[in-house]
Write a protein that binds this ligand. Structure first.
Ligand SMILES: Nc1ncnc2c1ncn2[C@@H]1O[C@H](COP(=O)(O)OP(=O)(O)OP(=O)(O)O)[C@@H](O)[C@H]1O
Length: 449
């Protein structure tokens, strides 16, 4: 529940020490007062908010997987100080007050985080939604917090294939409404403008020529549950306008009907368009945007969480084989070198294609990547590799280094680094560098005093 408690030295008063003891007792946390590598929530106690603390905070926040409570031993902080602290990574901020109520407030937050982690550790969720990278875990925690503790509408933003529908389903799964009904999905690209009224609100029998019977609309179908408007960015402005009332007041009339009906539903919308910019520029209705975006969850592209690729690969291989083959490590490096513009969906399709090429013997390897794909991966790999040299060379040139000096400088660095990696073993280092042991000895003699 609690990973660490850290007390900045100027805050270590007696009152503070006994408060920390009470916190440790309540959380069954050993009374260590040092920052630890834990990825669990942490509590930091500080007296003054100075630049030194602000510089340290991002590191502390990372240790705590961005779940860091700061207790400031002052009765009050200015708004400016609070904003600086939040920008530096503090997730919850408390000023010094009655020790008991402060303890309750801190414990309340820790309990909420613990509950979110418990929900996420459920097997059904872990097996469906893959990823352990800090960026992805933050998305999941945020989703569970919104899904479980609020009924507000949610807008999911992210590139195609990043898992928006999966997150919409998670929001619905963790929703604890009494008598919760189903999740209803509407792909907004399929809405025919002329039939949209009936599609959204349903119609009464006889409302128009072909209305031979009463029909329920999407909102009615989602009553008591969740309506997921996928690709909401594609909804024309006049249709956005027609949805304002039902989203705001949860009241609607069927086409051809004259009775207002009310219903309860949670609206989750998703798009890969930049609606925040579009609504500012007036190309998407601002009033509609604010109604659908009470909460925004941003899904990271796969290239921002490449650490998750091995886990996703494993999951997709298990979908293809009862007993998946071993995976050659080079295959993982190759996949991690690719940027996956189509994100997780693209990875899934690629795994399918690889499984089709795999002949059933040995480990799955780069041989199983379709050739044109492998060429694409190779091109980015070498471009990235080359590009990593650009900045240091440019810096050296800006310092006036000529080509001869530059070459010598790079060769010296390569010799030093290889010797370090080989723990001073001359023979091994020389072999790796493709030079003689004698020339390496000469280099060492030149530089060793
Ligand atoms: N974290 C994940 N774990 C397992 N599978 C995932 C994950 N993210 C995405 N997928 C899979 O990738 C595919 C695309 O996911 P999804 O349809 O949720 O993306 P999307 O963002 O809604 O895409 P689009 O914008 O194109 O509608 C699906 O097959 C989904 O199951």
């Amino acid at each position: 529940m609690l990973g660490w408690v850290s007390i900045e030295k100027d805050a270590a008063t007696r009152e503070c020490a006994s408060w920390v003891n009470a916190l440790c007792q309540a959380t069954h946390h050993p009374p260590t007062q040092a920052l630890q590598h834990s990825e669990q929530p942490g509590v930091l106690i500080a007296n003054t908010i100075d630049n030194e603390l602000l510089e340290k905070l991002p590191h502390y926040a990372e240790q705590a997987s961005h779940r860091m409570i700061l207790v400031c031993c002052q009765p009050q902080l200015t708004l400016e100080q609070q904003l600086h602290l939040i920008a530096a990574g503090v997730s919850h901020l408390f000023c010094w007050q009655n020790p008991n109520s402060l303890l309750q407030a801190v414990l309340g937050q820790l309990q909420r985080w613990a509950q979110i982690d418990r929900i996420l550790s459920a097997r059904a969720i872990r097996e469906q939604i893959i990823g352990q990278s800090p960026t992805w875990l933050n998305v999941l925690r945020n989703t569970v917090e919104i899904g479980r503790y609020s009924h507000a509408n949610v807008l999911l933003l992210g590139e195609p294939g990043t898992g928006k529908e999966l997150i919409a389903r998670l929001l619905h799964t963790v929703d604890q409404r009494e008598h919760k009904q189903d999740l209803v999905v509407l792909d907004c690209t399929t809405v025919v403008p002329e039939l949209a009224g009936s599609e959204f609100f349903g119609h009464e029998k006889g409302a128009f020529t072909n209305a031979i019977r009463t029909r329920e609309g999407m909102f009615e179908q989602a009553a008591g549950g969740t309506l997921f408007l996928d690709e909401v960015g594609e909804l024309p402005a006049f249709l956005q306008a027609s949805l304002l009332r039902v989203i705001q007041e949860k009241a609607y009339k069927r086409v051809g009907g004259d009775r207002w009906q009310t219903l309860d539903f949670r609206l989750v919308s998703a798009t890969n368009r930049d609606l925040e910019t579009e609504q500012r520029h007036g190309t998407f209705r601002q009033d509609f945007f604010h109604r659908i975006a009470s909460n925004i969850i941003r899904l990271p592209p796969l290239r921002m969480r490449k650490d998750d690729i091995p886990l996703l690969l494993d999951k997709f291989l298990h979908e293809e084989f009862t007993e998946p083959p071993a995976v050659d490590p080079t295959l993982i490096y190759a996949l991690q070198a690719h940027d996956f513009p189509g994100n997780v969906r693209e990875l899934r399709q690629l795994v399918r294609a690889m499984c089709g090429r795999y002949n059933g013997y040995g480990a799955l390897s780069t041989n199983d990547i379709p050739r044109d794909y492998l060429q694409k991966i190779g091109a980015t790999y070498f471009a990235d590799y080359e590009a990593s040299f650009h900045q240091p060379v440019l810096t050296a040139l800006h310092h006036g280094m000529d080509l001869k000096t530059l070459k010598e400088y790079v060769a010296d660095i390569a010799r030093t680094l290889t010797l370090q990696e080989e723990h001073g073993n001359m023979a091994k280092a020389a072999e790796r560098l493709g030079i003689t042991v004698r020339s390496l000895q000469q280099f060492r003699a030149k530089w060793t005093p």
